[in-house]
Design a protein around this ligand. Structure first.
Ligand SMILES: Cc1cc2nc3c(=O)[nH]c(=O)nc-3n(C[C@H](O)[C@H](O)[C@H](O)COP(=O)(O)OP(=O)(O)OC[C@H]3O[C@@H](n4cnc5c(N)ncnc54)[C@H](O)[C@@H]3O)c2cc1C
Length: 481
């Protein structure tokens, strides 16, 4: 039996078989050849959650990857096409995607199935116009459906592979554009928010142990590239993509002394960051990096704008407590933790994990989907007193990355198992479906008011639960009829 392992080396499983269909007919044949089996489709296996696991039939659609630009200003793309190949094909026609994440290694179906996002726009899922899916009917026969409207489209835009095997998607595209970027230090979140109107594509980083912020202020520009863009690219490649990652990995794996990590963030890193240098470059160059060159593990937490300041304060306290026996939470938080009955667990976790990478925070506009992390809250009103103004409905995604060795991640898991549920409980915080995520379906039912509608659609597309797995049972809930 073949063992399948994900990018982060935190998920491995043995499917009964793995197949690479070349076209839809082969896909349907495979589905009817395995009448008793469970199925799961995979993309590039870049998810850290257990979303890809199956002991049944594993389908890799990397051979179904055609790209066709339509006259409607959209692209029809095979599910297994990697985002980087789609971007390259679009670029030949001077077009691009409206939203991309930090890397472009994922497949189109894989990225959209978990609500993959960048900063300042919606998640990629939001831009899906139609989805073609191979699934089973009530008699267990494989059938094909194309969904392009209504609740079914909202479900299919971010479906976690539960609706069936997606073999083709139609996505919105836009003309290629350039982004001007510059970096600046900030001591408060408010000062970053103030820049948002001018730099709507910005993202920022909470620097651990100096507890200050560094923002990449970004906006669209008419200038396609600056004179010294090439120097900036080299700087980013060597200093950010390579050096910063090597140091973080080194600190996490070999220098287990907390003072070394703190010293690096307080006294070394600030002097390596270039500030206020405004550089324009093509959007794909500015928005993506080579983060996938170094193996890591990640949890990402989503909160509404009005919750972000208190959520950040809580996160800082939690990181201090996990790294240092001496730190403690504020009285209010302590009372809330006591009410949850988890102070004992926390006591055991003290000093077990020292965070060692900048905490990237990105703004995502509210998606029109049922289940992506940035989807709306149904009819729920925002918690601020005033009428919602533009941007009140935005989500902020906070990502925490660990470079510890795969065999030495207990401290990170303890931290992630604490912070995910606390964010859900205290701030209505959601966890990324494609990143480490252990929230229960009871919690998710509260966080995603349209989860029931999602399950209802799944029941129609997969009446026997053939695309379920144990993790999905736990996080989304049972979906069979
Ligand atoms: C280095 C790195 C950087 C990342 N950066 C970002 C980021 O910037 N923003 C962000 O939001 N996320 C990010 N992620 C997370 C990543 O985008 C998601 O986990 C994404 O789902 C991975 O896509 P994949 O093609 O590898 O899919 P997989 O991980 O293989 O699968 C993910 C899901 O897609 C489903 N699926 C795949 N193909 C099909 C299909 N044909 N039909 C039906 N279902 C299918 C699977 O069943 C599974 O549920 C990053 C991950 C890594 C490793």
């Amino acid at each position: 039996m073949t063992t399948i392992e994900n990018f982060g080396e935190n998920v491995s499983f043995q499917p009964q078989g793995i197949y690479f269909p070349e076209n839809v007919d082969e896909l349907l044949q495979l589905m009817s050849d395995h009448p008793e089996s469970q199925f799961r489709a995979i993309g590039s296996l870049h998810s850290w959650s257990d979303v890809t696991i199956t002991t049944g039939v594993l389908l890799n659609l990397k051979n179904i990857d055609s790209v066709t630009i339509t006259e409607r200003g959209t692209v029809v793309v095979g599910a297994g096409c990697q985002i980087k190949n789609l971007l390259a094909a679009l670029s030949k026609k001077k077009m691009t995607l409206p939203s991309v994440g930090l890397i472009a290694e994922q497949t189109v179906a894989g990225a959209t199935a978990t609500g993959t996002h960048g900063s300042g726009r919606n998640s990629l899922s939001h831009y899906i116009r139609s989805v073609s899916i191979a699934h089973f009917d009530e008699d267990g026969r494989p059938v094909i459906s194309t969904v392009d409207s209504g609740t079914e489209l909202l479900a299919a835009r971010c479906s976690l592979g539960l609706m069936g095997v997606i073999f083709e998607l139609e996505l919105e595209i836009r003309p290629e554009y350039s982004i001007e970027e510059h970096g600046r230090h900030h001591s408060t979140l408010n000062s970053i928010f103030e820049m948002e109107k001018t730099y709507p594509l910005q993202q920022f980083y909470l620097m651990p142990w100096s507890w200050s912020y560094f923002a990449h202020h970004r906006r669209e520009t008419e200038i396609s590239a600056s004179r010294f863009t090439w120097v900036y690219r080299i700087y980013r490649l060597f200093v950010v993509d390579v050096l910063l990652h090597i140091v973080a990995m080194f600190l996490a794996r070999f220098f287990r002394f907390k003072w070394a990590i703190r010293f690096f963030y307080r006294a070394v890193l600030p002097f390596t960051i270039i500030r206020n240098w405004k550089v324009a470059d093509r959007s794909t160059n500015q928005l993506t990096m080579n983060h996938h060159w170094f193996r890591h593990l990640e949890i990402e937490l989503f909160v509404r704008r009005e919750k972000l300041p208190t959520a950040m304060d809580f996160l800082m306290d939690a990181l201090k407590v996990f790294a240092d026996q001496k730190s403690s939470f504020s009285k209010v938080i302590n009372e809330r933790l006591t009410a949850l009955g988890i102070e004992k667990e926390l006591e055991n976790a003290r000093g077990r994990y020292c965070h060692h990478f900048p905490i990237c925070t990105r703004r995502i506009m509210e998606d029109e989907t049922l289940l992506s992390m940035a989807c709306g809250n149904g009819s729920e009103k925002p918690e601020c007193d005033q009428r919602p103004t533009e941007g009140d409905r935005d989500w902020f995604a906070i990502s925490l990355i660990s470079f510890q060795h795969p065999s030495d991640r207990d401290g990170f898991f303890a931290f992630a198992n604490f912070i995910g549920p606390c964010f859900a409980q205290f701030f209505g915080g959601r966890s990324h479906w494609g990143k480490y995520n252990q929230l229960s379906h009871e919690t998710n039912l509260r966080l995603y008011p349209r989860l029931d509608e999602f399950r209802e659609v799944i029941r129609r597309f997969d009446p026997e639960g053939r695309f379920q797995n144990k993790w999905l049972d736990r996080t989304v809930g049972q979906t069979e009829s």
